[in-house]
Design a protein around this ligand. Structure first.
Ligand code: ADP
Ligand code: MG
Length: 449
């Protein structure tokens, strides 16, 4: 594959010469020198990159330069296809500490040894979930049973469930702990329908001391699995065995779920993980980079936090990429380099700020900000106050605690209550729902300006 026919060789020499004039010499040596044009195929030009990292980098950053220069030399418009020799001997590659577990770290039960309590950064967005998980790992079956953790993807639910697993394993080897993605439970159930071996199915779950089921929203898909899950739950609960569940939504929002299961989930503690606020994002970035032996300055961490999506998994992906490219291009990870790697953020996280919400809400209802902050319980003030908290939940990525802070130092439960109340009003009262729509439109419009 890497043979370069004469014609292609000649063309490539011209192309490289021209590219040299378009990019810096450092860019040329890092990215272009070792490329080879290997063949043309209809309207495609195949270019061989030395490894997948440079191929990915060039594809993201330099395809325009490559195709335009190829066009200049050949007078034909080619689509550039970057390839690597797939059968080549594996490149040593940079020694990046990936967050993916190595086969050794990942044992048969899907456990990632990096998902320990020690590696979990606590902030306002996950404080309750973390405290509850820790308590469960210290006294399973008695602290909170069941413990139900919910929140959007990529925010640490699996991490916390596995932290419980790891802590229990470490503290008492005699505890029988089972961690299982719900999908595996569903698959096990379905395969048991075929084999009919219900004894071994039931024994598997009923013999354990702590059952950790991840992503229980998967139960939505099958009524009969929910039925079986219900019996498993009851059997364990009756024997005071610990049950921990995670889901991407609160119990009552799992589609098609029966009330009796929802009420079982409510017997214990239901806690939610929110997207990290700015400070927590910075702290997570600093913790992750330290774990990866990446040296970054505070302004880089800040920039990354400002431009990060709300998912910690995505933040990790960005860090891994930056590290890879820094190693391969032998660059220092400074602000310029990071900007270059993550590109001009397309979805710049230009968050709506709570100040914008408060401004619009006070103006609409004709109240003062100090009145919203106050403890006064007049309806003419409580309604705008609750509306502001609801809109802050909906439109910003601030945590409950952070919103409480902006609302005159209120507790996170007050924010949660206000949010729930307005959500319900929104469903029942057309006037309120029209007002809220209008407020949202105004806030978004002002924000764009
Ligand atoms: P979820 O199960 O909620 O989709 P995960 O538990 O898989 O999310 O988390 C995604 C990634 O983010 C994991 O690599 C996890 O280690 C990391 N992560 C999430 N929350 C934290 C945190 N608070 N501190 C450190 N790492 C975190
Ligand atoms: Mg998960």
């Amino acid at each position: 594959m890497s043979d370069q026919p004469d014609n292609e060789k000649q063309i490539w020499t011209h192309v490289q010469k021209k590219i040299k004039e378009k990019v810096t010499s450092q860019q040329f040596t890092t990215w272009f020198e070792s490329l080879k044009l290997i063949r043309f195929d209809a309207d495609e030009a195949y270019i061989l990159a030395p490894n997948s990292f440079s191929s990915e980098w060039i594809e993201n950053n330099y395809t325009d330069v490559l195709s335009s220069t190829l066009g200049e030399v050949t007078n034909t418009c080619y689509k550039v296809k970057l390839v690597t020799e797939s059968k080549e001997v594996k490149e040593p590659g940079p020694s990046v500490q990936s967050n993916e577990p190595s086969p050794k770290e990942k044992n048969r039960s899907n456990i990632n040894r990096n998902y320990s309590f020690n590696n979990f950064l606590v902030g306002p967005c996950n404080r309750l979930a973390h405290a509850a998980a820790l308590a469960v790992s210290e006294s399973p079956g008695t602290a909170y049973n069941p413990l139900f953790i919910h929140g959007p993807v990529g925010l640490g639910k699996t991490h916390l469930l596995q932290s419980i697993y790891l802590a229990l394993q470490e503290r008492s080897g005699i505890q029988k702990v089972l961690y299982m993605p719900c999908e595996s439970f569903v698959n096990h159930y379905i395969s048991t329908i075929k084999t009919g071996d219900w004894d071994s199915f039931r024994n598997k779950y009923r013999e354990i001391d702590t059952l950790l089921i991840d992503d229980v929203h998967f139960l939505a898909n099958s009524q009969s699995t929910r039925e079986e899950f219900f019996h498993t739950f009851n059997a364990l609960y009756t024997c005071q065995k610990q049950i921990v569940l995670s889901s991407d939504c609160p119990p009552e929002e799992i589609p098609a779920i029966e009330e009796r299961l929802i009420s079982r989930f409510r017997w214990g503690l239901i806690t939610r993980i929110d997207p990290p606020g700015f400070e927590t994002s910075v702290a997570i970035i600093q913790k992750k980079t330290a774990l990866m032996n990446m040296e970054i300055t505070y302004d880089v961490a800040r920039y990354l936090a400002e431009n990060a999506t709300s998912s910690i998994r995505e933040i990790e992906g960005t860090l891994t990429n930056i590290n890879k490219y820094a190693i391969i291009s032998e660059n220092k990870i400074d602000l310029d380099f990071v900007k270059q790697v993550i590109g001009r953020p397309t979805k710049h996280k230009s968050y709506i700020g709570i100040e914008e919400i408060l401004g619009t809400v006070t103006k609409h209802f004709g109240v003062q900000l100090s009145q919203l902050h106050s403890k006064r319980k007049l309806k003419s003030i409580t309604l705008p106050r609750q509306v502001a908290m609801h809109l802050a939940r909906k439109l910003t990525n601030l945590s409950l605690e952070e919103i409480g802070g902006f609302m005159g130092g209120r507790d996170h439960t007050t924010v949660m209550h206000a949010d729930e109340k307005i959500k319900n009003l929104r469903k029942q009262d057309r006037n309120i729902s029209a007002t809220l729509r209008k407020l949202e439109t105004t806030i978004k419009k002002q924000h764009k300006q």
